[in-house]
Ligand binder design. Structure first.
Ligand SMILES: Cc1cc2nc3c(=O)[nH]c(=O)nc-3n(C[C@H](O)[C@H](O)[C@H](O)COP(=O)(O)OP(=O)(O)OC[C@H]3O[C@@H](n4cnc5c(N)ncnc54)[C@H](O)[C@@H]3O)c2cc1C
Length: 285
């Protein structure tokens, strides 16, 4: 334990008490899920913890084609659940298998990942591409699109993320996730997620997100616009990938230069769209 300034710890068994304890604890008190980030941060500012482990928020449920995920569900619990395996041809499982190591996946929670907003998060780009919704509790229950968590003015102070719902997807929809890393367990040098929805006329909806740029995942509207109305041919995918490489701002860090990342944007968007298209063809043929 590196939180050397810790003075209080509580493990409430209902949401109301958790919110009260958080508010009464003041500036130094934090909600804790698995603590993989929080404890490692070793921050001197943290003087109190409200452990979310007693709130019964670890569950996965299939609800008419949608998948409801309690915020305290670990990555392993989610990736082993049939509802996740069956969702859009296993795209969520495919992404989760690329998150850290099995040891990390056994403890780290879905909610902790989404709230922490780490720029390299693999969960955020895929869940946003899928159009997930989230439920928060701050005394009242509020539900809304996951995108609201990442809006510029968004702040979660005082609220607990309780549930994430991956929506039921219409027939003719497929999604894919792509991640580039320096080693099997490294965080992403760049990642990408895409969802496409087609009808006989061609692509009617496209969502493309690129993350670890090295900033937090963001939508790529120019690539999405380049896909809608097309037959998702190789040429259409190439146009979308070029648009993404032009639009997505990239930067340098210890993992890659901005120029290298821009090249990865093009590769990642292409791979994601090709994979999603293959899945679609597998389902419809
Ligand atoms: C070695 C290592 C490798 C990693 N590799 C990857 C990777 O490849 N891909 C990837 O995406 N991530 C990776 N991560 C990040 C990992 O996924 C996150 O650490 C994890 O998801 C955080 O979950 P947690 O339950 O431990 O959260 P905690 O550390 O407990 O909390 C994180 C933050 O979220 C807040 N919080 C937690 N739950 C809630 C809630 N329900 N409501 C409101 N606030 C909440 C806490 O107050 C805290 O500020 C890695 C982390 C480590 C340590």
């Amino acid at each position: 334990m590196q939180l050397t300034h810790l003075r209080s710890y509580a493990r409430p068994i209902d949401l109301e008490s958790a919110v009260e304890l958080l508010s009464e604890g003041g500036r130094g008190t934090r909600l804790m899920a698995a603590g993989t980030d929080l404890v490692l941060s070793g921050s001197d500012e943290i003087t109190g913890l409200v452990d979310l482990g007693g709130l019964n928020l670890a569950y996965v449920e299939e609800r008419d084609g949608a998948v409801a995920i309690g915020a305290m569900t670990t990555f392993t619990e989610l990736l082993e659940h049939p509802a996740a395996t069956g969702y859009l041809d296993g795209v969520v499982v495919e992404m989760l298998r690329r998150v850290g190591s099995p040891l990390l996946r056994n403890v780290a929670t879905v909610g902790g990942n989404l709230v922490r907003k780490q720029p390299w998060s693999d969960v955020i780009p895929l869940f946003r591409a899928l159009g997930a919704s989230v439920t928060l509790f701050d005394g009242d229950v509020r539900s809304g699109p996951i995108d609201d968590l990442y809006a510029e003015a968004a702040h979660l102070t005082g609220a607990i993320l309780t549930e994430i719902v991956l929506p039921s997807q219409p027939v003719g929809t497929a999604a894919a996730f792509w991640k580039f890393t320096r080693s099997a367990v490294d965080i992403a040098t760049l990642n990408c997620a895409a969802l496409i929805q087609t009808e006989e006329s061609g692509c009617i909806r496209a969502r493309v997100f690129v993350g670890a740029t090295p900033r937090l995942a963001a939508a790529v509207p120019s690539a999405e616009a380049a896909l809608v109305g097309t037959d998702l041919s190789a040429a259409a995918i190439a146009t979308a990938a070029r648009a993404a490489a032009d639009e997505v701002p990239t930067g340098d860090d210890l993992r890659a230069t901005a120029a290298y990342r821009t090249r990865l944007v093009s590769v990642g968007v292409t791979r994601c769209l090709e994979d999603a298209k293959r899945r679609l063809e597998g389902v419809t043929s």
